[in-house]
Design a protein around this ligand. Structure first.
Ligand code: AKG
Ligand code: MN
Length: 192
């Protein structure tokens, strides 16, 4: 049984070596070329700021997703993504109808503190997050106690978030001088 990495208020599991390193790097190359990576622009206090990573959104028709004022209409699944979804579903025992892709071009790309708590995900979403390429630090902090857990997300690893985690904890992928190369993260989700 895999150990829950948070002491309270949710579930967080880390599976290192979910994919073999060589297989994961192969997917990194393939998805870098194959997916429709977009530079999105967010409006923050009236100013338009490019978000510090590239993103893409794939899923079943109708799995429309909104966050930070941006609406994502999914593109149709590719064969590669369907294969990965199958593996992630078997390992996690959960079904997913969409995937958000994040491409961190190097250590200067990042994701700020947030929780995945959009209404369309339902109250206690189960999210499976696959890492390909450069290792990056993932931090998660409890909203009340400030308890922080840090995990190096290795190439080929799978991180699972569930239970009430998104109500009580925020997570981020900070900038770093260490990572010089690219990382793709795929977060498989279920839009209700
Ligand atoms: O890149 C990661 O590991 C985290 C991605 C994430 O938190 C998200 O897409 O909501
Ligand atoms: Mn997230």
């Amino acid at each position: 049984m895999v150990k829950n990495l948070v002491s309270q208020d949710g579930e967080l599991y880390y599976l290192a070596g979910f994919l073999a390193a060589s297989v994961a790097l192969h997917y990194l190359e393939r998805l870098s070329a194959e997916l429709d990576w977009q530079q999105e622009v967010a409006t923050i206090v009236g100013r338009r700021v490019p978000i510090p990573r590239l993103v893409c959104w794939y899923g079943d028709e109708g799995s429309v997703y909104q966050y930070s004022g941006l609406t994502h209409y999914p593109q149709a699944w590719t064969e590669t993504l369907l294969g990965l979804r199958q593996s992630v579903e078997s390992a996690s025992g959960h079904r997913f109808n969409s995937v958000l892709g994040n491409l961190y071009r190097d250590g200067q790309d990042s994701m700020g503190w947030h929780a995945d708590q959009e209404k369309v995900l339902g109250s206690n979403p189960f999210i499976a997050s696959l890492s390909l390429g450069a290792e990056r630090l993932f931090k998660i902090r409890h909203n009340k106690t400030g308890e922080t857990v840090a995990i190096n997300l290795a190439n080929g690893s799978l991180l699972l978030m569930g239970g009430s985690l998104q109500h009580h904890w925020r997570h981020c992928v900070p900038k770093t001088q260490q990572a010089k190369s690219a990382r793709i993260n795929l977060t498989f989700r279920k839009i209700l």
